[in-house]
Design a protein around this ligand. Structure first.
Ligand code: FES
Length: 149
């Protein structure tokens, strides 16, 4: 027999399903890859036009992204987008990860309402910047000393 909390949760999910896919709800409520990373090989912090910020950390091994983590102060759909883009980046080489687009994130999430599509753009842009940062650090390792994370 469901508890009153479970019933309440189900009610909220039923409302969310009217707007969001199951995948989006799952990534928003159970985000993967959250948090900062010590000794990351690549990092970016990007603030979107909406004022929300996303941060992405990358651990790269032999040119392949072994791990990606994120943090955002944004809305539920930005959490879902960050969670998804970090999942998509893992196992890809850095150049492939740079090509992950807003549309790729939207497709993986099963779409977002039009007013939230920019959250997927923030996630893909932040991943690109983190990949760029990795490549810049690789080419000029002395810059690591000036990193702010
Ligand atoms: Fe700004 Fe979602 S509303 S990233």
């Amino acid at each position: 027999m469901p508890t009153s909390w479970e019933k309440f949760e189900e009610l909220i999910k039923a409302e969310m399903r009217k707007l969001y896919s199951e995948v989006t709800i799952d990534h928003a409520m159970n985000p993967r890859n959250v948090g900062d990373m010590e000794d990351a090989d690549g990092f970016a912090s990007v603030t979107g036009p909406c004022g929300d910020t996303m941060k992405i950390w990358l651990k790269v091994s032999n040119g392949t992204i072994a791990r990606a983590t994120f943090f955002t102060d944004g809305c539920g759909t930005s959490i879902a987008s960050g969670s998804m883009v970090a999942e998509m980046a893992r196992g890809k080489n850095v150049c492939e990860a740079q090509k992950i687009s807003q549309q790729n994130v939207l497709d993986a999430l099963g779409g977002l309402p039009e007013g939230s599509e920019h959250c997927a753009l923030l996630a893909s842009n932040t991943l690109k910047e983190a990949a760029n940062n990795y490549l810049a650090m690789k080419n000029e390792p002395w810059k690591r000393a000036y990193r702010k994370y």
